[in-house]
Unconditional design. Structure first.
Length: 259
């Protein structure tokens, strides 16, 4: 039997084939003796039976070897997975922080730009009112009188009252309306969900950058397994009553870190 092949399925298949051939040989010789074939000797039968016993041992060895090969392959795959994960996520926190910071900065700039426009529109409207320019009560362009300027009685959708200059409506922008529309667009695309229980916290951008940070070294000296199998450590031990009441099992540090 060839055992150099490290493919577990091939190892088992070779062992089972060798065992089958040995069993067939024993069965054939024994049947010949039962049929009165004097050409079959005691030594031949015993040798075949010995071979079968030996082959069965080799089959057991092959199963163990196959199990070892499978475990070796599994551990190699685990190591490869870790390497792939570490390479993939390395720096993701900082990239995400940068993108979120840029998004917030862009929104701040958007609100500032909108407020600059709105302040200008309010000033234009104040000056127009001071000049006695009336409101326009129809939807067409401003008449040529009053310099072709009119006040708007109200703003359009997402806008606030301003002026009509010729065929242009110069109104304030209700930027929250457009930001909410943008968020609704992202929601419709499955990218945004509003969570009313979440606030900005103390360090929004730092918290996002830290998602890939290594956990700090634990100072725990006492380790326990809960009734649901959860393992955790503590700096100070539970009392015997607390352990009993909570259904905890005391375990060693090695046991805790192995799970």
């Amino acid at each position: 039997m060839t055992t150099q092949n490290l493919d577990p399925d091939r190892i088992i298949a070779d062992a089972e084939q060798e065992a089958k051939e040995a069993e067939q040989l024993v069965g054939t010789l024994e049947e010949k003796v039962r049929s009165g074939d004097d050409s079959v000797t005691f030594e031949e039968v015993e040798e075949a039976r010995g071979l079968l016993s030996f082959v069965r041992l080799r089959k057991e060895a092959a199963k163990r070897k196959a199990d070892e090969a499978r475990e070796s392959a599994r551990l190699a795959a685990c190591a490869a997975l870790r390497e792939e994960v570490e390479a993939h996520v390395k720096g993701d926190g900082e990239k995400l922080r940068s993108q979120l910071q840029a998004a917030v900065d862009s929104l701040r700039a958007l609100y500032s730009l909108a407020e600059e426009r709105n302040e200008s529109v309010r000033e234009y409207r104040r000056r127009a009112a001071t000049l006695g320019i009336p409101e326009q009560l129809h939807n067409g362009p401003a008449a040529a009188t009053h310099g072709g300027v009119r006040l708007t009685p109200g703003g359009g959708i997402g806008m606030s009252a301003g002026l009509i200059v010729g065929r242009h409506r110069v109104e304030g922008v209700e930027i929250n309306n457009f930001v909410n529309r943008a968020l609704h667009l992202l929601k419709r695309e499955g990218k945004f969900t509003y969570l009313d229980y979440v606030d900005s916290g103390e360090d929004l951008f730092g918290d996002l950058a830290a998602i890939d940070a290594e956990a700090p070294e634990s100072s725990a000296k006492y380790f326990y397994r809960g009734p649901q199998g959860t393992v955790f450590g503590k700096d100070e031990p539970f009392s015997a009553d607390e352990i009993k009441r909570s259904g905890l099992t005391v375990i060693t540090e090695a046991e805790a870190h192995a799970e």
